[in-house]
Design a protein around this ligand. Structure first.
Ligand code: 0O2
Length: 193
């Protein structure tokens, strides 16, 4: 039953993001979103996260304290697309933005870059409406490329053994961010031609 609630919330969010994408594609005369994906955090991953955060491992603690049991990822083409999409999400009248984390302006120590929005979306049943939290991670295709490889190689692994690898992935994050910026500059130049 609880799992169904998170799935409904994801469905609401995905539908809204597809509508936002259609409008932004028309407005910008080019597509902004490359792909959308979603997941419900597994029980194993919930337990690990609660332990990592030194919280009580109970159903209530998970539901009340974890913001990303339902997660949606938006991968867009260019770094500035991220802010157009985030603005459109903020403007949805029935959504409540609970928290924002801008790991693009201030990347994580690992080099991770993404814009995270924690949003409460309404899930409407026959007789009641419940607000359910969904974490949206919005990032460019370049940021996503890095994050996907990082999560295979480093993220959540024992840092001690991985110091050299972590140093290298942080350097590559900077290189990728540089290329991302150059591609954006190039697009803007082409748009002016
Ligand atoms: P998974 O497997 O993706 O579900 P909170 O205090 O609750 O607001 P939270 O969730 O503790 O915040 O941390 P944060 O930093 O806002 O976001 C965590 C999520 O961002 C992670 O979820 C990852 O998906 C992603 N992430 C954060 N740092 C990194 C990183 O260095 N590398 C990669 N590849 N991804 C990162 P989970 O639950 O940790 O994991």
């Amino acid at each position: 039953m609880v799992q169904a609630r998170y799935q409904y919330a994801i469905d609401v969010m995905l539908t809204r993001l597809r509508m936002i994408d259609a409008d932004l594609t028309k407005k910008n005369e080019r597509p902004l979103i490359r792909n959308l994906c979603s997941r419900i955090k597994t029980a194993e991953s919930i337990v690990k996260k609660l332990e990592r955060k030194e919280r009580e491992v109970t159903f209530e603690t998970a539901v009340n304290t974890l913001n990303d049991i339902a997660g949606v990822r938006v991968v867009c083409y260019f770094a500035d697309d991220i802010y157009q999409i985030a603005d459109a999400v903020r403007r949805q009248k029935d959504f409540t933005i609970v928290k924002e984390k801008n790991y693009i302006r201030k990347p994580k120590k690992s080099g991770y870059q993404s814009l995270h929005l924690i949003v409460e979306v309404p899930v409407t049943y026959l007789d009641k409406t419940t607000a359910v939290r969904v974490e949206i991670q919005i990032r460019s295709v370049a940021m996503d490329y890095w994050a996907e490889l990082d999560s295979q190689m480093c993220y959540k692994k024992d840092a001690g053994q991985l110091e050299a690898v972590e140093k290298a992935t942080k350097q590559y994050a900077d290189v990728i961010a540089g290329v991302d910026k150059k591609m954006l500059e190039l697009r803007k130049k082409i748009q002016k031609m």
